[in-house]
Design a protein around this ligand. Structure first.
Ligand SMILES: O=C(O)CCC(=O)C(=O)O
Length: 269
């Protein structure tokens, strides 16, 4: 196992964890290289908003990502899946991913939010795995979380102006006086978070880029609801759930549709 009992306990009590396991250094270089290729080839898309790099064309053909299989394979990494199993059980589907890269001096804020507000999964049995490609610190806008907030309901969110990387944020009244915990990571380290955890990240005004990729896993005992209303970001980046392919990572797909499988044996890393 790549996650210890005490790390699982931390996740269950606080809604997130930073396990001690991290990507080996060779894989960190592959990760940086592949993220850089996507950013360079998609200069019209904000690097905080590169949605589904593991799917050819992204969510609707908007992404130039001939290296999508690299991300798909990364999402199948055994050590990562072994962390997700104790949280979601054995039936696991990969349903989404996003690169959140905040350029030096110009990185967008991710307003405080709960992922459950956005997602079409019923019931909401999910886990996000956020992998750092660059060092993430207080000064370049690392993830911040409100510990234990995953035990709360999904709160009302309000629409923000489009200078933020997400357009809906939790109403300030729910986070007033709450302490934000910074998740500081070295390249290759990762954190797991619960879909109800209140989290976000500050702008990056520093001279250091801050980049991570997040993979979204769900229990396939839950349903990926293809009829869920799509949400459209004000900047034109839209998310369409109707036809999105999803990948069976482990166990059974149960009643989910458009489920694909991926051969891990291809040498893509
Ligand atoms: O990378 C960030 O700053 C935000 C990530 C996030 O909101 C998420 O992974 O759910």
């Amino acid at each position: 196992m790549t996650i210890s009992k005490s790390e699982i306990k931390h996740y269950k009590i606080k809604g997130y964890v930073t396990p001690s396991w991290q990507l080996p250094s060779k894989q960190i270089n592959h990760l940086k290289k592949n993220i850089n290729i996507i950013i360079e080839n998609n200069s019209k898309i904000r690097p905080e908003q590169i949605v589904c790099p593991h799917i050819e064309g992204g969510t609707k053909g908007e992404l130039n990502n001939s290296n999508y299989k690299y991300f798909l394979k990364l999402a199948h990494t055994n050590e990562i899946i072994n962390m997700v199993k104790p949280i979601l059980g054995n039936d696991i589907i990969l349903w989404g991913s996003q690169i959140f890269s905040k350029p030096a001096f110009d990185g967008m804020e991710v307003p405080m939010h709960q992922d459950s507000y956005y997602w079409p999964i019923e019931p909401m049995s999910t886990c996000s795995v956020w992998i750092a490609a660059d060092r993430a610190t207080k000064i370049n806008g690392c993830l911040t979380v409100i510990e234990g907030s995953h035990n709360s309901e999904t709160y009302k969110h309000v629409i923000k102006n489009n200078k933020t990387a997400l357009n809906a944020a939790i109403d300030d009244k729910y986070i007033k006086n709450k302490i934000k915990k910074h998740i500081i990571l070295e390249p290759g380290q990762l954190s797991l978070h619960h879909s109800n955890l209140i989290h976000g990240s500050d702008k990056n005004n520093s001279p250091y880029r801050r980049t991570g990729i997040v993979f979204r896993y769900m229990s396939s005992k839950s349903k990926f609801n293809r009829k869920a209303k799509n949400h459209n970001q004000k900047d034109g980046h839209s998310v369409n759930y109707n036809k999105r392919p999803i990948w069976l990572i482990n166990g059974n797909k149960n009643n989910n549709t458009l489920v694909k499988t991926f051969s891990k044996n291809k040498n893509l890393l």
